[in-house]
Design a protein. Structure first.
Lengths: 290, 307
């Protein structure tokens, strides 16, 4: 394989004025993500009741009408703000842990498959076939409806279905890195396989992996919330964004805020991560492949 | 050439086998459907349960049951629903057209949105229009699909009661689910159009077409669009699995009488033959779409065949 540089029209320089927009997006992305993560970490300390406290005298209070409930209350008189803040814990936890798991498995398999080819490579490519053909949500539905939901099972299914993306990405990168001069040179110097992977291969695959991770956390937050919304995820007693939306849907006619606010929380979190991922892609992968 | 098709076909068959194996194994993990069926029938003896199991074919070993399932699938026989005993094939025959029409309408609307926008973004690469379209698609990408569906219901059936909130109420019912899915699809499709358009626009024949003095519109929509159709179809084919996943969730929100709703109702009723069949058929749909895309690509572009 030769290193042909694909001619891309993007040699047109972007006007400098619009580069500032990019940095603004980065700042917004970091702020949104950091705020959501901080709130998720701190909320259990602020609200020791875990969002279960009911104020039956103040049911379905609209937002911005009572000091005690700035974002209103749900049909059981539970504070919407409190539950939204607590709900972030679940979504972010599932998002980050599932991606960390997929990265560990996927990068390891991808490195081995790309570096040594052979059995692992064949195994990986068949997994890629299956993964591309499967609507994840359907398989997850089948298993979760039978084995039960819960955070553990959701994370497990996300890892099972998503490690392949990382493995495929890393394998492709390793295949082309193997042929590069610096790797060939290191090999000629007798560098051992392990240290070759560690010092020459891994640093060069990190960028694209980080981009994929950022977007993947966003995607998994969406997935978790839709599974919970459908009643297949986190236990309905625990405050979670998907669960709040499912509760609120019945009261859409009378209490819009119960469905609007958790959805906005999901959207802002995911938007923050997407902005960050997009910025990283612009920085680390200038060809801008989809 | 034939080798390529045979290879792709074998891969597709392999994937379908893995899916059916997964699904039927999962269904067997679920515990005893006989107990579920017997519930509400008053006093049930062990004898009754055994008879129900034999009636459902659950007394045989898993490989035999799996073989029977695949054999039945090949002739379009998916068994009978646990509820009411309707043949599953009839339920599928009702639900599949509903899902396919929703998918087709959403894809079409999404292409109508994303092709012009994607082209504009590519033409004005780096400029304000490109940035606005990019940010718009990022926002679209951040919508939870079911929440977007709920928000549309809130807007178009509650605040301004123009459209029916759910179910099948004549062709107007198609509007809201289609709109939801089209917005979600477009967020990805705009980027795909933009990227493949950028690649196409750098080709020499585009420069030639421009040099001939053709109008911009002709160059873009006739010369460039046709040539970026192939990568575009491939990308969309690759996304098809995810699209079906989203469709299934949105169907449930709108109670659209399609495969997704069928599958969810089967889950809550623990109606395993229906669940098994609907998941299999949806996976089959995705595999077929991928296969068709690959084969079409192979026919058009000889480079792919030898990969």
């Amino acid at each position: 394989m030769s290193n042909v540089v694909t001619p891309v029209v993007s040699s047109t320089p972007r006007s400098l004025r619009w580069r500032h927009l990019r940095s603004l997006e980065f700042v917004v992305g970091v702020l949104l993500t950091a705020t959501m993560v901080l709130l998720a970490l701190l909320s259990p300390l602020i609200f020791p009741d875990q969002g279960t406290r009911m104020d039956l005298a103040a049911r379905l209070v609209p937002p911005l009408t009572q000091w005690a409930h700035p974002l209103g209350t749900d049909p059981l008189g539970r504070d919407v703000l409190e539950r939204v803040l607590l709900g972030g814990r679940i979504s972010l936890f599932v998002g980050f842990v599932s991606v960390a798991g997929s990265v560990i498995v996927g990068v390891a398999v991808g490195l081995i498959a790309g570096f040594y080819r052979g059995f692992w490579d064949m195994f990986l490519m068949r997994c890629v076939d299956v993964q591309l053909a499967l609507p994840f949500i359907l398989i997850a539905l089948t298993f979760i409806s039978i084995l039960g939901g819960g955070i553990g099972n959701i994370i497990l299914f996300m890892i099972l279905s998503q490690w392949v993306q990382y493995a495929r990405l890393v394998r492709g990168l390793v295949l082309s890195l193997r042929e590069r001069e610096f790797v060939q040179a290191a090999r000629a110097f007798g560098v051992r396989d392990f240290s070759m992977i560690r010092h020459h291969i891994v640093p060069n695959v990190l960028g694209p992996v980080v981009i994929l991770m950022t977007l993947n956390v966003a995607e998994n937050i969406l997935l978790e919330s839709s599974l919970t919304f459908l009643g297949l995820g986190v236990d309905p007693q625990t405050p979670s964004w998907g669960g709040m939306l499912a509760d609120g849907r019945t009261y859409l006619q009378t209490a819009w805020w119960v469905s609007v606010i958790p959805g906005l929380a999901i959207m802002l979190t995911v938007l923050g991560l997407n902005l960050l991922g997009d910025w990283l892609r612009d920085r680390l992968d200038p060809l801008g492949r989809p | 050439m034939i080798g390529f098709f045979v290879k792709r076909l074998l891969q597709a068959v392999f994937v379908v086998l893995v899916v059916t194996l997964f699904v039927s194994y999962a269904v067997r993990l679920s515990g005893d459907p006989a107990i579920m069926l017997a519930q509400g029938a008053g006093s049930v003896t062990e004898e009754d349960l055994r008879n129900i199991r034999i009636g459902l074919g659950l007394d045989r070993p898993f490989p035999v049951q799996y073989f029977e399932f695949v054999k039945g699938m090949l002739v379009g026989d998916f068994g009978r629903s646990f509820l009411g005993g309707t043949p599953v094939s009839r339920l599928l025959a009702d639900a599949l057209p509903a899902t396919l029409s929703l998918a087709a309408c959403s894809l079409l609307l999404s292409l109508l949105i994303s092709i012009p926008l994607g082209i504009q973004a590519a033409v004005h690469q780096g400029g304000p229009i490109d940035q606005a379209i990019r940010i718009g698609s990022l926002v679209g990408l951040s919508f939870p699909n079911f929440w977007l569906a709920i928000m549309l219901v809130l807007l178009l059936s509650i605040t301004f009661p123009i459209l029916p909130p759910s179910g099948w109420d004549g062709p107007v019912s198609l509007i809201m689910p289609t709109l939801t899915m089209a917005i979600i699809f477009s967020a990805t499709n705009i980027r795909l159009v933009r990227t493949s358009m950028l690649e196409t626009l750098s080709a020499q024949y585009i420069m030639v077409a421009r040099a001939k003095g053709l109008k911009d519109r002709v160059v873009l929509y006739k010369h460039a669009l046709r040539n970026c159709a192939i990568p575009l179809i491939t990308y969309i084919g690759l996304q098809f699995g995810k699209m079906i996943g989203g469709l299934v969730v949105v169907e449930k929100v709108f109670n659209w009488p399609g495969m997704g709703t069928l599958a969810f109702d089967a889950i809550s009723a623990r109606d395993y033959p229906v669940l098994q069949a609907s998941v299999t058929v949806l996976a089959l749909l995705v595999v077929t779409a991928n296969l068709l895309v690959d084969v079409a690509y192979g026919l058009v572009d000889p480079r792919i065949r030898n990969r």
